[in-house]
Design a protein around this ligand. Structure first.
Ligand SMILES: [Zn+2]
Length: 459
């Protein structure tokens, strides 16, 4: 009899354990379903971050490897949990930055991006996946970060940072990280950080180079102290300049995370007056001492002229996005559409199609009957290229026995460089070159792909 009782008791205990396990599983599932993040399309006041006074057992387990570091310790970990960081741009820099800050246990992450995920982002923006294409980057990044560490509070903002919303937003965060990729946003973020007294950890990456600086920190300079005037817009408007090896922003974003963590944990950053430059080709870092805060700086100087945010697109003469801007250098009769060019092709009239993209882009895709002479070769008057062009124009002239100026159509990727080339060729026509009629193909090969040949690759 007593054996039966103990046997039943053991069975009951077993069932109770099973029930407890099932309840636990259910609560985890329910928790994950309620973790639907609210995407913010405007800036609203946030509730204050709840201050943690002690680490839970789960915290101790999760962060044990970094708690063991005397430089961080329990105090540094608690400081991280009390810190909010705004990440401006969830792209190649913002992704690794958000990932490491969340993993390290930062208290709150504001994730801001106006854009949606595209296939061409994935080689460097490693928080997003194929299934996130078309989704707001801020939300995609927030969801990825939450999978990594659900104790971090994420606030995704699907909006463009502007002079109207930047101060209200930045005032709500302790540290700002600039992961943007355009000049107007750099000035906007820097000015807003000066006006609200926040440190700014700023990085950039292009091609095979990266840079990192901490602005407005412990009496150091702001962005304007170093760059009082923006660069001429035409130097930053170039359709061919957008290349970057994905791991380069990856490395710079990790560096940004390191400096944010040092500031947030209380160790402090040593980057207040330094610029870190990374040369990926030579795998070399260099550190340059920056000039100190400038007394005459327009925003952080002794008599500032910028006391509120201004129109940064007007100040810089360029748009606050990374989208290729359309130049308007030519009159309407100097340009034709891609469809117009298709009709010219169909009519088989003698002409020359000149592709002025760099060779590396021609290798990606090109129209088989085009002649490639990069814009830079025309600008530098490279003799072998000019000779080639003269020969082709001469051939064309012989073909057009009836006379008239041989028509030259110029194409590039998106129709900016080709306009510059048309201007150049018009200057050369009749002097360095036989007389020609030059026209630009508006919108370039990407317009060709969109409106004429959908099988032509887009990049
Ligand atoms: Zn300054």
């Amino acid at each position: 009899m007593s054996e039966d009782v103990s046997c039943l008791k053991a069975q009951l205990e077993e069932k109770e354990r099973e029930i407890a396990a099932l309840k636990n599983k259910l609560s985890l599932l329910e928790k994950s379903q309620t973790l639907v993040l609210d995407l913010h399309d405007k800036v609203t006041p946030l509730t204050p971050l709840r201050a943690k006074h002690a680490l839970s057992n789960e915290d101790i387990m999760r962060y044990s490897r970094q708690l063991l570091l005397p430089d961080l310790g329990v105090r540094g970990q608690l400081n991280l949990s009390k810190t909010s960081v705004l990440i401006v741009g969830c792209g190649g820099l913002g992704c690794p930055l958000a990932q490491y800050l969340a993993a390290a246990g930062i208290g709150r992450l504001g994730l801001l991006d106006y854009d949606e995920v595209e296939l061409s982002n994935l080689h460097r923006q490693v928080l997003h996946g194929e299934e996130n294409q078309g989704q707001a980057k801020a939300l995609s990044a927030a969801n990825a970060v939450r999978r990594l560490n659900s104790t971090v509070e994420c606030v995704p903002y699907h909006l463009q940072l502007s002079p109207e919303n930047a101060l209200q937003l930045i005032q709500q965060y302790d540290i700002v990280a600039d992961c943007s990729d355009n000049v107007p946003t750099r000035y906007l973020v820097s000015d807003a950080c000066v006006l609200s007294g926040k440190p700014l950890v700023s990085a950039s990456a292009l091609r095979m180079d990266g840079q990192l600086t901490v602005y407005n920190y412990r009496g150091g300079p702001c962005y304007r102290c170093l760059y009082p005037a923006p660069p001429p817009p035409e130097t930053v408007t170039n359709c061919s300049d957008g290349g970057v090896l994905g791991v380069v922003p990856g490395i710079m974003g990790c560096f940004q995370a390191l400096e944010v963590i040092k500031i947030a944990s209380g160790q402090g950053s040593s980057f207040g007056q330094q610029l870190l430059m990374f040369d990926a080709q030579d795998a070399r870092f260099r550190s340059i001492k920056l000039r100190p805060r400038q007394a005459g700086c327009a925003v952080c100087g002794e008599e500032p002229s910028v006391t509120q945010l201004v129109d940064y697109e007007a100040f810089c003469g360029s748009a606050a996005t990374d989208k290729c801007q359309r130049l308007h250098l030519l009159s309407r009769d100097q340009r034709i559409t891609a469809q117009d060019y298709k009709s010219i092709l169909d009519d088989a009239g003698p002409h020359l199609l000149l592709d002025v993209r760099p060779l590396v882009e021609v290798d990606i895709c090109h129209l088989p009957f085009s002649l490639n002479i990069p814009l830079s070769s025309l600008e530098e008057r490279k003799s072998e290229h000019l000779q080639l062009l003269r020969e082709r124009v001469g051939q064309l002239k012989r073909q057009m026995a009836g006379g008239g100026r041989p028509p030259v159509y110029v194409i590039c990727k998106q129709g900016n460089d080709s306009q510059k080339a048309v201007q150049l060729l018009e200057k050369m026509s009749g002097s360095e070159l036989d007389h020609v009629t030059v026209k630009d193909i508006s919108g370039g090969l990407m317009a060709w792909a969109r409106t004429v040949d959908p099988t032509f690759p887009q990049y």
